[in-house]
Ligand binder design. Structure first.
Ligand code: SF4
Length: 178
């Protein structure tokens, strides 16, 4: 029976997802072994039960926190993909100031702001956490694929090992944080 993969993108840019897509035609090898049942382009209301969850980006809002806890509860294996998920990386620059200072800087003081100094208040945006967190501070992570963005070769290697029932060998030589 085919395994199920779900991918999700929390706080970060789209670079990690582009790397995932850079697997190119090797995605056919993955597709032979697994169905991608959730991704930014495969819409479904809730993250479903999966064998492998690939989570990109850092935890920035209360919604991210709820989402990553839900994903953990519904995944056999959870992979932190990219430096934002692994270390909090660029989004964590905000941790140098308070949440209130960061919001004021982005929404009130910024000269490029066209919203006339208004703080965002849509409930859909979620509430910023006091500090940005990497995934492992909120949930158990089984595998880390660092990089900004991580290489498509490494992503493919880890996925193909897991989908074939093997344990990926992620020794230091394979891991690059840049
Ligand atoms: Fe973007 Fe780099 Fe973060 Fe990936 S790790 S989401 S490429 S900033």
């Amino acid at each position: 029976m085919k395994k199920k993969i779900g991918t999700v993108w929390l706080g970060g840019c789209s670079g990690c997802h582009m790397s995932l897509l850079d697997i190119d035609e090797r995605i056919l090898d993955v597709a032979a072994l697994a169905d991608i049942v959730k991704s930014p382009v495969v819409d479904s209301k809730e993250f479903p039960d999966v064998d492998v969850a690939i989570v990109e980006g850092a935890i920035i809002t209360d919604q991210h926190l709820t989402e990553v806890r839900h994903i953990r509860a519904h995944s056999k294996i959870l992979i932190a993909l990219g430096n934002c998920a692994v270390t909090a990386n660029v989004p964590a620059y905000r941790n140098r100031v308070t949440k209130e200072e960061a919001l004021k800087c982005a929404y009130v003081d910024a000269s490029s702001n066209d919203s006339a100094g208004q703080m965002p208040d849509s409930p859909e945006l979620g509430k910023l956490l006091d500090r940005v967190r990497p995934l492992h501070e909120a949930v158990k992570v089984d595998y880390y694929i660092p990089g900004c963005p991580p290489s498509a070769d490494l992503i493919f290697y880890v996925l193909s090992e897991l989908l074939n029932g093997r344990t990926p060998n992620l020794d230091k030589e394979k891991l690059k944080y840049g």
